[in-house]
Design a protein around this ligand. Sequence first.
Ligand code: AVJ
Ligand code: FE
Length: 427
Amino acid sequence: MHPSLALPSTDLRDEIRQRYQQARANTLSLFENLDSTFFYRQAHPDFSPMGWHLGHIGFTEGLWLLEQGAGQKPLFPDYRQLFAADGLPKAQREQLPSFTEVCDYLADIRRQIFEYLAHAPLEEQSWLWLWLIQHESQHCETITWVFHLHQRQASRQTYIAIQPTPLQEPKIRGKFSAPVSFAETIRIEGGLFRCGNDGIEALDNEKPEHLVSLETYWIDPTPVTCGDYARFIDAGGYTERQWWSAAGWAWLQDNPVTHPRYWNLAGMENHPVCGVSWFEADAYARFVGKRLPTEAEWEKAASWHPELAARQAYPWGAEDPNHQRCNFGGRQGQTTPVTQYPQGRSAYGCYDMLGNVWEWTDTWFHPYEGYVSFPYEGYSKAYFDNQHRVLKGGSWAVQAPVLRCAFRNWYYPATREHFAGFRCAYS
Ligand code: AVJ
Ligand code: FE
C-alpha cells in the first residue's frame, strides 16, 4: 500500500511536504469566493461553521507536530479554546477571526511544521504525519457539506418528481416485496477474508488486520441510484410502516422527511442517492427484498481479487486514486452517474466502491480485536458505543488520502447531512 512511502528518507520528506501542500491547496480552494456568512455561521446545529473547521485543521497540526512532536510551547494559546475539538460547544464556534486571520494562523503553523519536517524523526513518526493529512482531508469533506447545506438553505430547493425508468424483470427466483432487477447482482464466494489495514497510513480503527468468516453473498454492482430510489418514494416508501425497522419508524415519526437530503432529480436518475440516514437505506433495502452489506462483505467486494487470490488497497489495484478511476476531491462538484468510472471497478465488477458517495453498512462501529488508540483516545474509541454505523468508500468530496478500501467512517444512523448513499446485498 502506498509504495511511494517506502522511499529513502529525503524523498519521504519531500513526498510528505508535497502531500501537505496539495492537501492545503484543496482545503483553501473550498473558501474561494465564499459568502462570509457561510464562513461564520452554522448551517445546522450539529455542525460547526466552515471557518471553524479551517482553524481547527491548523490547530490540530500545531498540537500534534509542534507541541507533541517538536516539544514547542503552544504557538497561539489564544486559539486553543476556540479551535480544539473539546474546546467550545458547536453553537459557540461562530465568534471567529476573519478568513485572512485564520489563513495567517495556518500559514504560520505550516512554516514551522516544514522547518520541523527537515529533521523530524520520521522513522517512528511518519504515521502521525499521515494521520494529520487524513485529518485535514476529513474536515475538508465536512466543510464541503456544510457549504452545501448553506447553499440549499439559501436557494430553498425542494423535491422535484421524476419519471422512474422502466422496470426490469427479476432474473433470480425468490420472494421479493417489489419488482427489481437482480440480473447483475454479483455473487461473492464465502470463506475467510482478511479485513482491516496494517499499513503505515492506517488509522487506529483499521488495525489490526484480522480474518473474518463470510458466507456466500450477493452484492449490487452499483450504489442505489436516484431513479431506483424514486420508485420507493413513489410506492409510498416514506409512509408505509412495513419497510421500516422499529427504530427507523420511530426516527421517521420524529423526522417526517419525504426524500433524501440532497435530492434534486432533474437529470440525476443515474446518480447515487445522496443524503440518506441509515434508517432510510435500511428501509429501501427491505423494500427491494435485500439488506445492507456488512462492512466485511463490502470490503471484500471492493478489495478482493479472486483470480490473484489477493487483497488490493484500491478496487482497481495498487495505483493511487486518480480521476479516471473515481469521483473524488471535489473535482466534479457533485455526484456522477454510478457507471461513469468503468476503470474504477473492483475485481468482482463493482462500480463506485471508492468515491461518489459513502456507503452505509450494516455494521456497528466497533474496535477490531487488539485495537490500540492513536494519536489520542477520543479519535475512535469515544465512538465505539454501538450507536454509530460504519460507512465505507468515501464521497465525491473526500481528498485522496482517505480513499482506500479499508478506511472506516462512522456516523449516527440518523445523520443524513453527509454525502452518504448505500448499495444493497443479500444472502
Ligand atoms: C470520522 C468523519 C466522523 O469528522 O467527526 C475529524 C473525523 N475526527 N477530527 C469527524 C475526525 C476528529 C470524524 N469522522
Ligand atoms: Fe478534527
